[in-house]
Design a protein around this ligand. Structure first.
Ligand SMILES: Nc1ncnc2c1ncn2[C@@H]1O[C@H](COP(=O)(O)OP(=O)(O)OP(=O)(O)O)[C@@H](O)[C@H]1O
Length: 261
């Protein structure tokens, strides 16, 4: 089925849109979205992040821009730019107090996200990453249907993989007829700082089997890393270098294989 796609504005030119989804909350979807943005920015691309996880927006915090506010001139919303030049829009950058709860119902949330897409003056972007709310509910579905998404990344954790939730989200992505770039397994293992042994804290992951069964690729397995959490908590995710090089390579390889660019 074809759905009517929203259009942007005269101050925006976006080449590719990548949506990031997860079966459930807390698997690190926002952290991985930030890493993807940093990886693409490191390669010299113009990158934006649309934080569509309205009820649990964490993107501004990991980039240390949560004290800033996005401006509006009544027609356009102007995104906030991070230290390295990534443009971010998030409800948390628009509301007066970032700790106020969002007590909107699904359709209003979905409409605000559409508006973040249509009304933001994004400028020239090579990639816009959309951090979707977790799950396969109304909001991620509406967003996937109404924005012209070019590719999807599914973020999982090893415990999450055994559940039906992740299969559901992969099936939802497939039903959108949008190329799935692949799965990122986050918190996959812990590497002992003394002996460098990889320890499967959550048990051995069966991501390869699941991915093969579902005919999708594994983009990366990211470790549990206290340094990563620390940098995210301090709003300095752009300084995280350790896993970025490998991740950068495999992520950009999947982009060029599956959606070009
Ligand atoms: N690789 C990692 N190693 C250690 N901690 C991590 C890792 N990835 C994420 N975390 C931590 O896990 C927590 C949840 O991450 P994040 O907010 O990115 O999840 P999420 O899936 O976007 O959650 P939600 O959708 O519920 O907002 C954060 O405290 C984050 O710092």
């Amino acid at each position: 089925m074809e759905f009517q796609k929203e259009k942007t504005n005269d101050l925006t030119n976006i080449k590719k849109i990548i949506a990031v989804m997860s079966g459930k909350g807390g698997v690190g979807k926002s952290s991985v979205t930030s890493l993807m943005a940093v990886a693409l920015r490191n390669k010299g691309y113009n990158v934006g992040i649309l934080d569509a996880d309205i009820t649990g927006p964490s993107i501004p915090k990991v980039f240390g821009i949560n004290a800033k506010r996005a401006e509006s001139d009544g027609t356009h919303i102007y995104p906030v730019t991070t230290a390295t030049g990534i443009k971010v829009i998030s409800l948390n950058l628009l509301i007066e107090k970032e700790d106020s709860p969002v007590i909107w119902r699904g359709p209003i949330i979905a409409n605000s996200v559409k508006q973040f897409y249509t009304d933001t003056a994004w400028g020239d972007l090579d990639y816009l990453l959309i951090d979707l709310p977790p799950g396969t509910g109304d909001v991620p579905l509406t967003i996937m249907q109404s924005l012209p998404v070019d590719g999807i990344v599914v973020v999982t954790s090893p415990q999450d993989l055994v559940s039906l939730i992740v299969t559901k989200s992969i099936n939802m992505a497939k039903m959108m007829n949008t190329p799935i770039l692949g799965i990122v397994e986050n918190m996959s293992y812990f590497e002992c700082p003394d002996c460098n042994k990889k320890i499967n804290i959550f048990g051995k992951s069966n991501i390869e089997e699941i991915a093969k069964d579902m005919d999708i690729d594994v983009i990366a397995k990211l470790p549990i890393d206290p340094q990563f959490v620390e940098l995210c908590d301090e709003g300095r995710v752009e300084l995280y270098e350790k896993i970025n090089l490998d991740f950068e390579e495999s992520f950009s390889k999947k982009i060029s294989e599956k959606i070009g660019g």
